[in-house]
Design a protein around this ligand. Structure first.
Ligand code: SAM
Length: 291
């Protein structure tokens, strides 16, 4: 019964084709990750993204690259300097990150996870290219599931709880109202506390009311909501509110990173307007480590 009553967020999945195509266009992904649907959505949206760039100085693809490359950079740092050897990327969609990082670090354990239909598609994609292995797998998860096969608890059950872990979500959290996504973060923090060291990386679009393009931003998020047949709420008004929110959810330390401040290191143009996206790096102190 509980299974049947669960809210579905499957309407969000087509957006993964669009972002997958963007990663491919910017040489971050092999051609196998680019789908016809992604190419089609990209073509349909071109006049809108052109208008936003030329008219308002909002460059959607640059915004996506900012979050993607900053998450990559923090992940690289965690692997090379903090001993992270297992990664779980939730809502992986058609992102090539798992492929890129397992190719670069062959001993890294990388679990990609998404809703069952998207997970099956990703598994097939990776399998067809010979990219799956014992260390690189795709699993089904539903971040809204309180019970059943696709819970977070099941996803984390197969991992090594004596080793550090890093979890990523990208392009996911703003599709949900704040109480829903905070409930997910609280469940995630509970899972992460069972590891000696745990880091969570996510992008987040805050409600920056003082931003010079706030009106256009509201219009843009309304459009994203309509296109994905849902809504796209902006969460928290500033870094202090973000840190307080993550602390409430059970994270012990939270850094709010502004990709604008890393533009040069990421090889991206210096932005003309203040940025709209943040990357959150939240840590959990393992209960065993705390004793
Ligand atoms: C915008 S796409 C982002 C994909 C990828 N992370 C990227 O940045 O290219 C959103 C992803 O969230 C996934 N998703 C939506 N609802 C979900 C849920 N309840 N649990 C897990 N994943 C979900 C979708 O299937 C889709 O792959």
């Amino acid at each position: 019964m509980a299974e049947r009553a669960r809210v579905s967020s499957a309407h969000i999945s087509p957006s993964a084709h669009y972002t997958g195509y963007v990663w491919y266009r910017h040489q971050l992904a092999d051609p196998a990750f680019a789908t016809d649907l992604g190419r089609w959505i990209h073509g349909v949206l071109r006049p809108v993204t052109w208008g936003a760039r030329v008219g308002f100085g909002i460059d959607l693809e640059n915004l996506l690259l900012q979050r993607h490359l900053l998450i990559d950079a923090r992940l690289t740092q965690a692997i090379e300097q903090a001993g992270v050897c297992q990664v779980v990327e939730i809502a992986c969609g058609l992102s090539p990150r798992g492929r890129r990082f397992t190719a670069r670090y062959p001993s890294l354990r990388y679990i990609e996870a998404d809703l069952p239909v998207m997970a099956a598609r990703k598994r097939l994609l990776l399998q067809s290219q010979g990219w799956l292995s014992q260390n690189h797998q795709v699993k089904a998860v539903d971040i809204l599931a309180g019970d059943g096969r696709d819970t977070l608890a099941n996803l984390f059950a197969g991992l090594d709880h004596s080793l550090p872990i890093l979890v990523i979500t990208e392009g996911l959290v703003n599709y949900f109202e704040l109480p829903v996504i905070e409930a997910f973060w609280a469940r995630l923090a509970t899972q992460l506390q069972a590891f000696p060291q745990a880091t969570y990386l996510t992008d987040l679009y805050p409600n920056l009311q003082e931003h010079p393009r706030y009106r256009q931003l509201r219009w843009g998020v309304e459009l994203v909501g309509r296109l994905t047949r849902g809504s796209y709420p902006l969460h928290y008004r500033n870094a202090e509110e973000i840190v307080a929110g993550f602390t409430r959810c059970g994270f012990s330390a939270t850094a709010v990173l502004d990709p604008d401040q890393h533009a040069q290191a990421l090889g991206l143009p210096t932005p003309r307007l203040p940025g709209l996206v943040r990357v959150i790096e939240a840590r959990c102190q393992g209960l065993t480590a705390a004793q």
